[in-house]
Design a protein around this ligand. Sequence first.
Ligand code: B1M
Length: 234
Amino acid sequence: MADDEDDIILSELNNEELVEQMHQDLYDGLKDEIEEGVNILLGRDWAPYKVLTEALVEGMRIVGIDFRDGILFVPEVLLAANAMKAGMAILRPLLIESGAPRQGRIVTGTVKGDIHDIGKNLVGMMMEGAGFEVIDLGINTDVDQFLAAIDEHKPDMLGMSALLTTTMPYMKVVIDTLKEKGIRDDMIVLVGGAPLNEDFAMAVGADAYCRDAAVAVETAKELMARKHNKLASA
Ligand code: B1M
């Protein structure tokens, strides 16, 4: 009985309370509640991107802090990641149905040794929404997989993601291999992931570091426009 009385009815919360509750539900790995919360916010005319950033990404940031501090452990974070992915699955079609004109093709992947894919998936969704064709190689992608996909799809861009300080150096392995094969300059190389920064991106020979998915889209558009201008004036 007491439990029933304590039950929170998400639809009765105002926006601020609901978003706060969703952070808590994400923390607790409550997939159904996250799906319900996302649908409620969309029903209140929130833009999909606002739901994504304010309810989900911010919730995952809080999970990350307690993971770092040893308050949460891998099984709990996996549940949170599952709940986050369920919310993203609702938002995905809305984010990609923009009808934006075709911009170019990008091959993406999380590098070898790394299984974090939420950020990469989010970048992919946003890229698709902006009109890019995304070929996603998934997680734990080695240089041969990148090369095979480049050979098959002839992308305009390569986007690599890494979330671990131990896996981010692998980006250099991939870029060096592209140089060895003489194909580095055939594509724009974008890199991203929480432990990276601009200096690292330049040091490994990428064209740009993308702090988040929105920056990734803007950077991709800008560098594609530059590439087209260069070709036009050649
Ligand atoms: Co992991 N993990 N994890 N983890 N995990 C981190 C990364 C960590 C920072 C947590 C911490 O200690 N605070 C830490 C890394 C420390 C370090 O390297 N210095 C860590 C660790 C240690 C580990 C394990 C080693 C833990 C263990 O086993 N003891 C292990 C490693 C497994 C492996 O990969 N081999 C591990 C495992 C896991 C889970 C499986 C439980 C789960 C991943 C589930 C999944 O992805 N399917 C997980 C999670 C969820 C996290 C945190 C909590 C959240 C990551 C996330 O999804 N963020 C993370 C803490 C943190 O990052 N603060 C952590 C939300 C996402 C939207 O943001 O990924 O940064 P992000 O992506 C952003 C930008 O970075 C950028 O745009 C995105 C969207 O805005 N971006 C790109 C990302 N990729 C891009 C590519 C681009 C452009 C932009 O290309 C063009």
